[in-house]
Design a protein around this ligand. Structure first.
Ligand SMILES: Cc1cc2nc3c(=O)[nH]c(=O)nc-3n(C[C@H](O)[C@H](O)[C@H](O)COP(=O)(O)O)c2cc1C
Length: 346
């Protein structure tokens, strides 16, 4: 599979998640087999580009290509400017966010709220494509199935976006109104796939290799994108890739491998965020890794009270050393995520 000139290693992608898929986490997912990763969304509001938050989100140091940056906003001209700005800073693919339901985005009529205003949504896609074309940068777009149950307009929009020059569409199988509730439905993704010739990526509630295979079969999509199920379980990508290729399951990861990956993830995380913020924002990641492991809940409570990185690393080492004394590999299905897919938007 390709996006514009860029060949991708496979068709299992990590979803953009603000506050989660920062550069360290994206790199980890890629190392564990994700074929492609898009950054957390970057605002199109120029006055925020120099903020610490935006500059961290625009950090792609050492990231394997193609570097894809997602932009969010409400005005075509600003979105075009944001695209150009990110291309100057190394973006090789620009992704437009029309999928995000968060109030702080939607109150400003961005994210999935744009699906309610088709002319504006199209104007944004056209303006961003115009801004990217001279640089040879492909534009992709992520959306939901529609605004509400009675306004599921993904098919009409998909055709319009394809006409505007968008090169790949990701569809999360929920409406804006649904937030993260209910179950993702895949019929509308299949309808989008039938309606366009550009690659379509299916997203929503993919939590296991079997589910990935079923969603690919049900939608005919070219790829799947995994979000929440990768939290604390970045090896899900190699599990899915292996299962899609062979029909067989990989063994769960060795405890020693998870320990090593998490410690490296934490070092990378502290390096990006610094000691104070890094220790605090690492807690959610550590919590996701250990949540379904024996003793994980008690460890989380203890770990959440730790305030410096050296002690946090030591606590994680001790937890995994104790686990390694009891078992070689994570228990099969230990990180089954179904029960964890709640509303966790930052
Ligand atoms: C914490 C969090 C942050 C998210 N941030 C973004 C974002 O920045 N851009 C975006 O397009 N979608 C965002 N999403 C939506 C995900 O990309 C994905 O569409 C959604 O979680 C459904 O996939 P899943 O069921 O595999 O999690 C976010 C989701 C979560 C849970």
């Amino acid at each position: 599979m390709h996006i514009g000139p860029y060949p991708l290693a496979n068709n299992v992608f990590v979803a953009p998640m603000a506050g989660v898929t920062d550069r360290p986490f994206r790199q980890l997912c890629r190392a564990f087999g994700a074929g492609y990763a898009v950054s957390e969304m970057v605002t199109s509001r120029r006055e925020l580009w120099n903020s610490l938050k935006t500059s961290r989100r625009a950090n792609h140091e050492g990231e394997p290509g193609p570097v894809a940056v997602q932009i969010a906003g409400t005005e075509a001209a600003m979105m075009a400017e944001a695209a150009a700005y990110n291309i100057e800073r190394g973006a090789q693919i620009i992704d437009i966010n029309m999928g995000c339901p968060a109030k702080k985005v939607c109150n400003k009529w961005a994210g999935s709220a744009l699906m309610q205003d088709e002319p504006l949504a199209l104007a944004i896609a056209q303006a961003v494509v115009r801004a990217c074309e001279p640089h040879g940068v492909p534009v992709t777009l992520k959306m939901r199935t529609g605004w509400s149950q009675s306004h599921r307009n993904a098919v009409a929009l998909a055709r319009a976006f394809e006409g505007a020059g968008v090169r790949m569409l990701t569809v999360h199988g929920r409406t804006r109104e649904q937030g993260y509730g209910g179950e993702a439905e895949y019929e509308m993704i299949a309808a989008v796939k039938d309606a366009v010739r550009i690659p379509v990526v299916a997203n929503g509630d993919i939590t296991s290799p079997e589910k990935a295979r079923a969603v690919l079969a049900a939608t005919g999509a070219d790829a799947v994108m995994v979000g929440r199920a990768a939290q604390g379980r970045p090896w899900i990508f190699r599990e899915i890739v292996h299962f899609l290729a062979t029909g067989a399951h990989l063994a769960p990861p060795l405890v020693a491998e998870v320990r090593r990956a998490l410690l490296a993830h934490l070092q990378d995380h502290y390096a990006l965020y610094g000691e104070f913020t890094g220790v605090r924002s690492a807690r959610k990641h550590i919590g996701w890794y250990v949540r379904s492991l024996p003793g994980g809940e008690a460890f989380r409570t203890e770990m959440n009270a730790i305030e410096d990185s050296a002690a946090q690393l030591l606590a994680v080492q001790r937890f995994f050393d104790a686990l390694a004394a009891r078992m070689d590999r994570l228990p099969a299905g230990a990180a089954a995520q179904e029960e964890r897919l709640g509303e966790v938007f930052e």
